[in-house]
Design a protein around this ligand. Structure first.
Ligand SMILES: Nc1ncnc2c1ncn2[C@@H]1O[C@H](COP(=O)(O)OP(=O)(O)OP(=O)(O)O)[C@@H](O)[C@H]1O
Ligand SMILES: NC(=O)CC[C@H](N)C(=O)O
Length: 643
């Protein structure tokens, strides 16, 4: 038997007579969170402040910190390994009805991590009790993302594997006088739960006439439901719980309902079933059948814990221990499936994996390493509090993670041609450039030539004393090139007024003379057909997709909050030849074990690097051997505009 402590009843919720579907519970929880946010826009708990200036490398945090202290450690202490708990077994139970988002990474890290930390195992369970929105592509995408995050489920199961057993348990429950077939309408059930016609709550609760029907009659009717005698809504199996209990999760919840399987057949069981178990019936019993030791879920399910335990106890089956942690939400974006679908359908984003979204496939496509996502979850820690975190905090952790783990290259977003007078036309000097500040990354050679490309924003037609980059008469260093250059003149397109070429002098000193120094160093890429340099690329720079921190609160709807400048595309950027080396030696960071080295076809996102002075980049899946496409993973932030 489960040694879990007896359940403490949660305080009577204000909305005591709420309807109690799972989606309603979640919606109400979200509304409570939103109201709390409004009342206190920057609560300490929900807006963790960056601890250090970006780009500073923090002391590496223990990746198991979240299991060693605090909520999860307490959960373990409540039910540690023992004779009656021989193995820690958890489950990650997504519904295969959409792509996972950043919030799910917390659930994955907790469930897989907790089991791993205590030498146990975690099951990937597809919670497929509602065929309506479920689809094979989601099963595959979820499996793929769990693997990408570095976790291996001990096995994969589906709630639907247990439908036969769950059906038997339903009949058993009826026989124990724990359930009855009810034919009431939705409105009648609301009224029985004390909800008035206008939606007001807290009225008197009462039982319907079906509640006291004979057990045999309920068995016959439940079989009739199963055999298709009734249409959806005409009959349902309800648990006979406790209408006196203040917790709405005890007000005779639905256990099985009829679903019109002709409209959408179940992905795995096809047309076999006309009745499906509800979340409240199936989840705890699947946990029980799979002998889950710790059933960890988010706090919307806190009230459900009572019905979870009630059902296991009523059926006298093994009762796992459910405990609840706070959800992770990221502000300034939308995570709801419905809203993302609208963004995709209306063409505001490319697809569900558009790098401006916070689905996990989008973060992967953008190039965020799985280790950075796990570091983010670990850094926030786990408590019962819902965490609303700003994108800037996420970016900061990603930046810190990339800082020491990916190589550096020179990339020019908007190339401006510079011709260095005094160097022979065929001048090619191989310059040794380190891949990182970290010597173990090694070095590579890039060709320094008479024509080089610099960033258009690194040149000004008119100099000023507070400007340190290239301008007529001004000297700057080219990163790693032995001597600096001084701009002498430039050409302009007479039609557009755009500078088309800068002429510069190479400041190699006469023998014995003191070398000239530039005030700063800028990045560059040389032009050499022999070295196939520069490589050309399309580079996509991203800004937040929405203008505000809470797009859903926009009076015109979340679409009215879209930032028209959320993406800048540089179609003709230049990359130095080191790109070929780092592509061949990917994955970067090295610990992304699940990415095959150099496999451009499927693991483009693992070719990551820092474009010096520009941003962190990864190869986009639109890349082909003929055309490189790069995504900005994250900006360098504190170095931007610093020159
Ligand atoms: N934002 C979140 N933070 C932490 N855990 C989450 C979050 N969203 C979902 N989970 C957890 O992930 C697991 C699988 O979730 P599932 O896909 O069924 O959730 P969901 O709540 O339907 O997701 P959605 O947010 O897309 O509606 C559940 O245990 C759920 O509690
Ligand atoms: N108990 C849980 O973790 C809930 C899982 C369930 N799939 C959901 O819809 O969120």
């Amino acid at each position: 038997m489960d040694p879990a402590k007896p359940t403490e009843l949660p305080e009577r919720p204000k909305e005591a007579s709420e309807t109690i579907s799972k989606s309603r519970l979640k919606k109400e929880q979200k509304e409570r969170e939103k109201a709390a946010r409004k009342a206190n826009p920057k609560p300490k708990e929900s807006q963790p402040k960056p601890k250090k200036a970006a780009n500073e490398t923090p002391a590496p945090r223990d990746p198991n910190a979240m299991f060693k202290i605090g909520f999860l450690s307490d959960v373990y202490q409540e039910k540690p390994l023992s004779e009656t708990v021989p193995k820690i077994r958890t489950r990650f139970p997504p519904e295969p009805n959409g792509f996972l988002h950043i919030g799910h990474s917390k659930a994955i890290a907790i469930n897989f991590g907790f089991a791993k930390h205590y030498g146990g195992e975690c099951i990937l369970r597809f919670d497929d009790t509602n065929p309506e929105g479920e689809d094979e592509r989601y099963y595959n995408a979820i499996r793929d993302i769990v693997t990408w995050l570095g976790f291996t489920p001990v096995r994969e199961t589906c709630a639907s594997d247990n439908f036969d057993r769950l059906y038997e348990l339903a009949e058993d429950l009826i026989k124990r006088d724990g359930a009855y077939v009810c034919h009431c309408t939705k409105a009648e059930i609301k009224a029985q739960r004390g909800e008035g016609e206008g939606g007001q709550r807290g009225g008197e609760r009462y039982a319907c006439s079906h509640r006291s029907r004979p057990i045999d009659e309920s068995i016959t009717e439940f079989r009739a439901m199963r055999d298709g005698k009734y249409k959806a809504g005409e009959a349902a199996l309800r648990m006979k719980q406790d209408l006196e209990d203040p917790n709405p999760q005890m007000w005779d919840l639905f256990a099985w309902r009829i679903m019109d399987s002709e409209e959408k057949q179940h992905h795995r069981t096809g047309g076999k079933w006309k009745v499906y178990p509800t979340y409240d019936f199936a989840h705890c019993l699947c946990d029980s059948i799979e002998e889950i030791s710790h059933s960890l879920c988010t706090t919307e399910f806190e009230l459900s814990r009572v019905s979870y335990e009630w059902l296991c106890d009523k059926l006298e089956v093994y009762r796992p221990m459910q405990r609840e942690y706070g959800r992770l939400n990221i502000t300034g974006t939308v995570l709801s499936k419905r809203k993302i679908l609208q963004l995709v359908k209306e063409g505001h984003v490319r697809d569900w994996d558009d790098p401006r979204l916070y689905t996990l496939i989008a973060l992967r496509r953008r190039g965020v390493p799985p280790g950075a996502i796990l570091a983010f979850v670990n850094d926030l820690g786990v408590t019962k509090a819902v965490i609303n975190v700003q994108m800037a905090k996420f970016d900061q952790i990603v930046r810190q993670y990339l800082e020491t783990t990916v190589p550096r290259l020179m990339v020019v977003l908007e190339p401006l041609k510079v011709v260095i007078d005094g160097l022979p036309d065929d001048h090619v000097e191989m310059v040794d450039v380190p891949f990182s500040k970290e010597p173990s990354f090694g070095t590579h050679n890039v060709p320094f030539t008479k024509t080089v490309y610099i960033e258009r924003s690194d040149f000004r037609e008119v100099d000023s004393p507070d400007y340190f980059r290239l301008a007529p008469g001004k000297t700057v260093g080219l990163l790693r090139v032995p001597y600096p250059i001084t701009a002498t003149s430039f050409d302009k397109d007479p039609a557009t007024g755009t500078v088309t070429c800068v002429y510069a002098k190479y400041e190699k000193p006469e023998e014995g003379a003191a070398p000239k120094k530039g005030k700063t160093f800028i990045h560059w890429v040389g032009e050499s057909s022999a070295h196939n340099s520069p490589l050309r690329a399309e580079i996509r720079i991203f800004n937040p997709l929405f203008k505000s921190e809470d797009p859903s609160a926009h009076p015109g709807g979340f679409l009215a909050d879209i930032n028209p400048g959320s993406e800048q595309i540089y179609k003709d950027a230049c990359i130095e030849t080191g790109f070929r080396d780092i592509s061949a030696s990917a994955p970067w960071p090295k610990e992304e074990k699940n990415a095959a080295a150099g496999d451009l076809a499927t693991n483009q996102h693992s070719i990551r690097f820092q474009g010096m002075r520009v941003a962190y980049f990864a190869v986009d899946r639109d890349s082909t051997p003929e055309k490189i496409v790069l995504n900005q993973i994250v900006s360098l932030k504190d170095t931007q505009g610093k020159t």
